[in-house]
Design a protein around this ligand. Structure first.
Ligand code: GDP
Length: 426
């Protein structure tokens, strides 16, 4: 059975924790898109980890972790990440890398930096991990697939073409040092030697696993609103964040995807630029940021403070719909226990009209939040295991949001740990 864990919003919803938890009953966990630009924070019995490339199931010895063909593969980061978890006492994970995955090249990272520099104030707030230049090259058909690393003749010829093409921009647009074919070839040889032990036809592996009734988890990065088609374009990421894309980015038949767990955080946070209707500022935002997540809402990759906001029913309803949600995992509910009252965004006012449908970017920029205030519960709910044992106002908050978004909240997360989860039978 194939299941996906994806985000409803701007990312950082707590997908890592939900994947880590669901991985207890899974055989294979697959990353299917994105790269090392976003991070998952995971707390378990080995410690606290920020993963950027490895799937969140990597801490169990019974799971196989797969880097699917849809991923932007940064080879040195992957290898360092494997080393860093093994150094902390995690058993050496079983990792397979798709021979069709493409490689983030050092020049992708440079181009990402140079372009953000060039754009100045108009920049996208990129994490400068090379993701946008990487996907541009993939679709321009000038990227490097992992399998190409093992074809020396092809590489020798291709590095020359790459340098010719990239050096035009380096020289004339960015005025930066040029690439040389020799240096590039040397880097690719290093990458080949690093990745060789992990490379295989992962879609064939997954197909066999499906036939053997194995449980496969597709782990998404970021969330619906960062999807290049359905998100807040152009302030989006460069690969699809939607569960159905998981089938493409992993190489499995679409009809095998049976469960889509969409993770929604009990309040909102976002990184990077772009419209964020329910955003809050000042002391109110600082307090939520400081108390949020597990140790504050700061980027797992960049450390930058996240933008904060109240829960957004409009964005989340849309976010869940586009994912094909079967279950909502509602996370970080414990953090709201300090508030007397909790505002929730229930509509967008655009040019004097209120809507609950998530609009295109030009309208989104004009949207003002319509807020409804719900009573807080003013207690610490960590450690509670049964839904009925949650304070009434907390249940009311959850059920109000469930009704607004129109998808069943079957899991409530009330702490960062694996066991901090309350299942609801729906
Ligand atoms: P992801 O990218 O979607 O995996 O999300 P992040 O890892 O960036 O952010 C989630 C943060 O919230 C992490 O620090 C988690 O440890 C933490 N977290 C996840 N679920 C909960 C929860 O229910 N309560 C609290 N307090 N923290 C949580």
């Amino acid at each position: 059975m194939v299941k996906a864990v994806v985000g409803a919003n701007w990312g950082d919803e707590g997908k890592g924790k939900i994947t880590d938890m669901m991985a207890a009953n899974a055989d294979i966990i697959v990353r299917f898109q994105g790269g090392a630009n976003a991070g998952h924070t995971i707390v378990n019995n080995y410690g606290k980890f920020a993963l950027h490339t490895l799937p969140s199931g990597v801490f169990y010895s019974h799971t196989t972790s797969i880097i699917g063909n849809g991923v932007a593969l940064n080879i040195p980061i992957l290898i360092n990440e494997i080393k860093s978890i093994v150094d902390k006492g995690v058993p050496a994970p079983k990792i397979l890398v798709s021979d069709r995955a493409q490689i983030v090249m050092p020049y992708h990272i440079l181009f990402d930096q140079y372009e953000e520099e060039r754009l100045g104030k108009a920049s996208f707030g990129s994490t400068k991990s090379g993701i946008a230049p990487f996907y541009s090259d993939k679709y321009a058909k000038i990227g490097y697939q992992v399998q190409e690393l093992f074809d020396e003749e092809l590489l020798k010829e291709k590095v020359v073409r790459t340098c010719d093409q990239k050096n035009v921009l380096l020289e004339h647009l960015y005025h930066k040092p040029l690439l040389t074919p020799e240096e590039l070839l040397d880097t690719l040889h290093q990458y080949r030697d690093m990745i060789a032990p992990y490379v295989c036809d992962t879609s064939a592996f997954l197909w066999n696993a499906i036939k053997e009734n194995k449980t496969i988890l597709l782990e998404g990065q970021l969330g619906t609103l960062k999807d290049p088609d359905h998100g807040i374009y152009p302030m989006v990421t460069s690969s699809s964040t939607l569960a159905p894309y998981g089938c493409i980015g992993a190489g499995i038949p679409a009809q095998e995807l049976k469960q889509v767990v969409t993770v929604c955080k009990a309040y909102s946070s976002a990184v990077g630029a772009g419209a964020f209707v329910s955003e809050i500022f000042g002391d109110e935002a600082d307090e939520l940021r400081r108390r949020g997540g597990d140790g504050g809402e700061f980027g797992a990759t960049t450390g930058r403070p996240r933008r904060m906001g109240w829960f957004d029913c409009v964005a989340s309803k849309y976010g869940c719909r586009m994912q094909g949600t079967t279950d909502v995992a509602f996370t970080v509910v414990d953090v709201l226990g300090y508030l007397d009252e909790i505002p929730v965004c229930v509509g967008y006012e655009i040019d004097g009209e209120v809507t609950t449908d998530f609009p295109v970017t030009s309208k989104l920029e004009k949207a003002k939040p319509v807020l409804k205030t719900l009573p807080g519960w003013k207690t610490d709910i960590r450690g509670i295991k049964k839904y009925e044992d949650l304070p009434e106002n907390c249940r009311n908050y959850i059920e109000f949001i469930e009704k607004e978004i129109g998808f069943p909240i079957t899991m409530v997360s009330n702490g960062p740990g694996r066991d901090d989860i309350i299942y609801r039978n729906k």
